[in-house]
Design a protein around this ligand. Structure first.
Ligand code: ATP
Ligand code: MG
Length: 156
């Protein structure tokens, strides 16, 4: 199914608008209206984005910023969920996509969750022919990037 990511990202931002306002977090969507369509299952994509945004909100203190950024690359579309939150220690990054893996038991228990979200996201993105990775600096923030194949000109 060929879908418009700008629409998907705007909808995600709408779904989380109330929660962001309550936590005094600003969320922005940055995606050009000319963004090419992607071939993806919209429900699965929502599932991925819901988890990434929930993670970002859970780990970002008040006055923080979350950006949902989509850009077209040559062969694919790149989507980034960027937060200005507490970050992930470098030692945990290599295992972050494992099932049930969560950073620091004490901190995670307080925030809830099962540790499945990122492993499911990876599964979904890879099933679409994309990839997903995470970069993070403690006390600066976290960026999760995933790619999706873009629909070829004329195939839409
Ligand atoms: P679930 O998604 O199943 O409800 P979860 O959010 O704990 O539970 P994942 O989404 O897989 O599980 O995330 C794994 C762990 O990675 C989290 O517990 C958290 O410690 C860390 N993490 C994920 N995203 C962020 C982020 N944006 N900032 C800081 N830590 C993060
Ligand atoms: Mg999660």
């Amino acid at each position: 199914q060929n879908i418009n990511l700008v629409q998907i990202l705007d909808d995600v931002a709408d779904r989380f608008a109330f929660q962001c306002r309550q936590q005094e977090i600003s969320m922005f969507v940055e995606a050009p209206s000319t963004l090419p369509l992607v071939a993806a299952d919209p429900d699965k994509l929502d599932q991925v984005l819901d988890n990434l945004v929930t993670n970002a909100i859970k780990h970002t203190p008040a006055q923080g910023i979350i950006r949902l950024v989509a850009t077209a690359k040559q062969e694919l579309i790149e989507v980034k969920v960027i937060d200005s939150g507490i970050g992930i220690p470098a030692k945990d990054l290599p295992r972050i996509f494992e099932r049930f893996y969560r950073v620091d038991k004490a901190r995670s228990r307080k925030l809830g969750g099962t540790g499945l979200g990122l492993s499911i996201a990876k599964q979904i993105i890879e099933a679409h022919g994309g990839s997903i990775w995470i970069e993070s600096v403690v006390d600066k923030g976290t960026t999760v990037t995933f790619t999706l194949p873009r629909v070829k000109e004329g195939a839409a």
